[in-house]
Structures are given as C-alpha cells and as structure tokens.
Design a protein around this ligand. Structure first.
Ligand SMILES: [Fe+2]
Length: 280
C-alpha cells in the first residue's frame, strides 16, 4: 500500500491563503478519521508506528480539508452559518473575559508593590477598556448582543490571582506571582483573539480583522512588558526575599531571646526600606 504524502492529504503549501491557526479542533469532531473513541474510552488508531504516521497525515488532511470548506463559504452556505455562529460565540466569551479582567484589575494594582508593575497593570486596565469598545463595535456591526456567555477559563485564571493575594506572601514574591498570573491572562486572551481574527478573515469581515489585530498587538505588547519585568528586578528581588525571610527567621529567634520583639521590628522596617529603594 503506497504511503500517504503531503500532496495526497491536502497539506497547504507555502503561501497558501489558509492559515494554520483557524482549525476547528480535530479532537472535538466525532467523525475525525482514526480518532473515534473505542469501547474502552481510548482513542483508536494505535498499533504500528507506520499506521500512526498515516493516521496523523490523514488527520492533518482532514483538518485542512475542513478548513478549506470553512473558507469556501460561497459554495457551502451551511459552513458559513456555523462558522459565523462560532465566531459570535467566541466573541461573547472574549467580551465576558474582558469584563472580568476589568473587575479584577483594581485588586491586582492595589496588591502590587513594584512601581513599574503597578504602572504596567494600570496601563493595561486603560487599554482593556478600549478593547471592550472594539468588541462592542464588532457586535454592533454583526447586529448581535455581546452578552449571554460566561468565560469560565478567565474566571479560573483570575480566581488563582485572588487566591495568591489572599495568601499574603512577601511583597516581592507577590509581585513575581502577580506577573505570572497576568501573563497567564494575556496568553489566554492572545489565543482567543488569534482565533477570532482568523475566523473574521475567513468570513470576510475585513474591518473586524483590523480591530482584532489592534487588540492582539496590545495584548502582545503587555505580555512583552510583563516578561521584561519578570526577567529584571522583580524575580531577583523575590529570590532575595525568600532567602532573607529564612535567614531573618533564624536571626529573629536568636535576637528575640535577648531583646524581645524590638529586633524584629527593626529588621522589618529595614527590609521595607530596601524594598522601596528597589522600586525606584
Ligand atoms: Fe484584553
């Protein structure tokens, strides 16, 4: 039996108009070749590595062909309708996610100690308001309401941030944790906006593509800024804070035997002073 190659299974060639980002998830499709769950709940299509290789190639072909169908809307109005519905659904999800972020931002800004981190979060709060307005413009153009969906993914990410703040770690450690949580949020948004931008392209909503790209650029910029903060002073300070905390605890025990709680108060204010100087 001849082996399948890229041409047989319709792999898009370089320069193809089909973007790899906009696939329907193949694992969610009940009739995806070689991927129907077997009776034991496992995914079928196992066996020899050669068989798995061919299955992977035919899967890829299936995904590409499905994508081609979605793009070829003039020939298949049903595909257009379902892709439009999916597009609106995902936009609603993003709209709800942005609303949740706006509610959570003041709490995160207040919790941050580092001045640059506070500035980055405050700036992103302002940018998020513009992103919400862009989504509202798109909904208006589609004659759809933005409401009616809860983004559970964003709810979970923001809950983790809330839990971190409630744990009340050392300020430098909290800053490093807040950066991590904020970057999780950014990456989640980038994935969602990348998808809807590709669908807008396939559906021919050129103005939406421009608006969504603006938001994508802002999310990427925010992520870059947070990465720079994470790689510079904040994480180093968090490391030092961890070390200081353990050595401070040891010294505090010894000192308190001699002078009571006075020594501890002195060290706490000295550490606070270092932290403020580092934030300048
Ligand atoms: Fe956003």
């Amino acid at each position: 039996m001849p082996s399948a190659d890229a041409a047989d299974v319709g792999v898009p060639q370089r320069g193809s108009a089909i973007e790899p980002h906009a696939a329907f998830p193949w694992w969610a499709m009940p009739n995806a070749p070689g991927m129907a769950p077997d009776g034991a709940g496992r995914v079928s299509g196992g066996g020899s590595s050669r068989f798995r290789e061919r299955s992977a190639l035919s899967l890829l072909g299936w995904v590409c062909n499905h994508r081609q169908l979605s793009a070829n809307t003039a020939e298949n109005p049903m595909e257009l309708e379902s892709l439009r519905a999916l597009y609106v659904d995902e936009l609603k999800d993003l709209y709800n996610a942005e609303g949740q972020i706006l509610k959570a931002m003041p709490r995160m800004i207040k919790a941050a100690s580092n001045r640059q981190l506070k500035q980055a979060l405050t700036e992103h709060e302002r940018v998020t308001r513009k992103q919400v307005q862009r989504l509202e413009r798109i909904f208006k153009d589609l004659d759809e309401t933005p409401r009616g969906k809860k983004c559970h993914g964003m709810e979970g990410l923001l809950k983790e941030g809330k839990e971190l703040i409630a744990e009340k770690p050392e300020p430098e450690v909290l800053d490093a944790g807040l950066i991590s949580k904020a970057q999780h949020v950014e990456h989640y948004e980038i994935a969602g906006y990348g998808t809807v931008r590709s669908w807008a392209q396939q559906l021919g909503f050129d103005q939406h593509v421009e608006l969504l790209q603006e938001t994508l650029d802002e999310e990427a910029e925010a992520d870059k800024r947070l990465s720079a903060l994470a790689e510079s002073s904040i994480n180093i300070e968090a490391d030092e804070s961890d070390e200081e905390s353990s050595s401070d605890r040891e010294v505090a025990v010894a000192t308190s035997r001699e002078t009571g709680s006075r020594g501890r108060r002195t060290r706490t204010s000295a550490r606070r002073g270092r932290s403020e100087a580092g934030a300048m």
